[in-house]
Write a protein that binds this ligand. Structure first.
Ligand SMILES: Nc1ncnc2c1ncn2[C@@H]1O[C@H](COP(=O)(O)OP(=O)(O)OP(=O)(O)O)[C@@H](O)[C@H]1O
Ligand SMILES: [Mg+2]
Length: 258
């Protein structure tokens, strides 16, 4: 069963000098419980597509030109504001590509983690907040919780920041987790730890995972299904192992080749 169905989605950015068609007439379905990788080189439209799935297109000046994103049979793009607000960040949540810019540099990490809970649970008591935050920090295996809680983002390592973002993303028990290049800028051993953590959480929490990467090795190791993006289009999609064994599109062959 498809948990998310994307139909004929097109997204563009208009700048004073030009129009960029970043996502062009893309259609695909994501099955409940799978890890779906969107692969492609820089600029192919991966993050634009991910932002659209969270209905965040407007934030950076983009515009959805056409199409629909169906969750539980309803088009997310046409939902009333309140319904959408509940959905975003709780049922569907996202780990953004750049943790540096996502975390607020002047607010302590602990407060930002708490806010990811209270924003969807405004009536929660101090005790409930503490309990939930503690639970989730344990899930993302952050050691030295006390210090991390009182630290500002710049006082934390890249790996710790990424674990905090993951904690914030799973805080409200999402069904779908979107991870946009979750290991950018981390060194190889930490990359593996973070990817293994995401995979473990996917299994223990029963998530459907949409992961974005330009790294074909990561795509192959972690996904069941993948879509290859090139110039805003999905040029090939299907079972990951089959694509690797028998790529159909020239661009896919190029990516696999190196
Ligand atoms: N805010 C924006 N305004 C104008 N153009 C944009 C904006 N964001 C992205 N683009 C353009 O849209 C296209 C797709 O960009 P996008 O960030 O989705 O690619 P990506 O596949 O995520 O790349 P990367 O791997 O580098 O993260 C690119 O041509 C990019 O220059
Ligand atoms: Mg991107």
């Amino acid at each position: 069963m498809n948990i998310l169905e994307i139909k004929n989605l097109s997204v563009e950015y208009k700048t004073p000098s030009s129009t960029v068609e970043a996502v062009k007439n893309v259609s695909f379905g994501i099955k409940k419980g799978e890890t779906f990788v969107i692969a492609g080189r820089s600029g192919s439209g991966k993050s634009t597509l991910a932002s659209a799935l969270m209905d965040l297109t407007g934030i950076d000046g983009g515009k959805i030109k056409s199409g629909g994103i169906f969750y539980g049979g309803k088009d997310l793009l046409k939902m009333p504001f309140e319904e959408k607000r509940v959905l975003k960040g709780s049922k569907i949540s996202m780990i953004f590509q750049d943790p540096q810019s996502y975390l607020n540099p002047v607010i302590k990490a602990g407060k930002q983690i708490e806010e990811s809970f209270t924003i969807h649970n405004p009536k929660a008591s101090e005790e409930e907040i503490k309990k939930r935050v503690k639970e989730v920090l344990k899930k993302v295996k952050l050691d030295d919780v006390e210090r991390i809680f009182n630290a500002y983002p710049h006082q934390l390592s890249g790996g710790q920041k990424q674990r905090i973002l993951i904690a914030m993303a799973i805080m409200n028990n999402p069904e779908i987790l979107i991870a946009d290049e979750p290991t950018t800028g981390l060194d190889a051993s930490i990359q593996k730890q973070i990817l293994d953590l995401i995979e473990e959480l996917k299994n223990t929490l029963g998530l459907t995972l949409i992961m974005i990467t330009h790294n074909m090795r990561i795509a192959r190791k972690y996904s069941n299904t993948m879509a290859v993006m090139h110039n805003g289009e999905i040029v090939e999609a299907g079972n990951t192992e089959e694509i690797f064994k028998n790529p159909q599109h020239e661009y896919t062959k190029l990516l696999i080749g190196g």
